[in-house]
Write a protein that binds this ligand. Structure first.
Ligand SMILES: Nc1nc2c(ncn2[C@@H]2O[C@H](COP(=O)(O)OP(=O)(O)OP(=O)(O)O)[C@@H](O)[C@H]2O)c(=O)[nH]1
Ligand SMILES: [Mg+2]
Length: 214
């Protein structure tokens, strides 16, 4: 339990956008979940919000093809489920279009306050992850790494994987945080909620409009 559980549980679907111009009005604060296809982004969002079917999940990589936007019960706070990277079965031209839309979103979305970079704990720091970390570093974007499916490893190897990712961040001079996570047994859920409540609420209290009756 964290003091912010109810904010995450209030998550509701706003819209699916093909590109940046279709996203909700660019104001307030939002956090995006990014990562390779099949890493577990949508599942992590469902666990975070304690909802079974908020974000669509699938055994088939490439399930999420649009920028899916979810609202919270604090004004202009949003969670974003981004399309996964690296889905082999999609034609190359389509991949290019997705990539362009993703880049546009990441580069130009002013309300984007941080990125949760989701990786399968058994295969962390693949090419796409490295690109995202480089981008986060050069754009001063906050990044939190979620090593998902920790239930697939014993505790020792799971911790070892986390430490090796932490070491790599340090080596590259990236100021990010890392945690293990499992949607199956709830490992790391409170840690994720605490981190996201910092980004969405505590560090951005000035972005919450004060009601005239307050
Ligand atoms: N054991 C285990 N399986 C998980 C976990 N999280 C996700 N999965 C499984 O991994 C598969 C992919 O999950 P998704 O959440 O759809 O992955 P995604 O990153 O949203 O994938 P795309 O939408 O294709 O980018 C599904 O079969 C999930 O059930 C976890 O914590 N533990
Ligand atoms: Mg998905």
């Amino acid at each position: 339990m964290t003091p912010f559980d109810s904010i995450f549980q209030s998550a509701h679907f706003i819209k699916s956008a093909e590109k940046l111009s279709q996203c909700p009005l660019d104001q307030g604060v939002e956090v995006a979940f990014a990562g390779r296809s099949n890493a577990g982004k949508s599942t992590a969002l469902n666990t975070l919000t304690n909802q079974k079917k908020l974000a669509r999940t699938s055994k088939t990589p490439g399930r999420t093809q649009l920028i899916n936007c979810f609202g919270l019960n604090v004004e202009d706070r949003r969670l974003i489920d981004l399309p996964g990277y690296g889905f082999a079965k999609v034609p190359i031209e389509m991949k290019k279009v997705w990539q362009a839309h993703m880049q546009d979103y990441l580069m130009n979305r002013r309300s984007l306050a941080g990125v949760v970079l989701v990786m399968d704990i058994r295969h962390p720091l693949k090419d796409f992850d490295g690109m995202m970390l480089d981008w986060a570093k050069s754009n001063n974007m906050k990044v939190h790494i979620l090593l998902t499916k920790s239930d697939k490893l014993k505790r020792g190897p799971a911790q070892a994987s986390m430490f090796s990712v932490q070491r790599e961040l340090k080596k590259q001079g990236i100021d990010g945080t890392v945690q293990t996570f499992s949607s199956l047994n709830g490992d790391g859920l409170d840690t994720l909620r605490t981190k996201l409540s910092e980004w969405l609420v505590l560090e951005n209290l000035d972005v919450i409009p004060v009601s005239p009756n307050a």
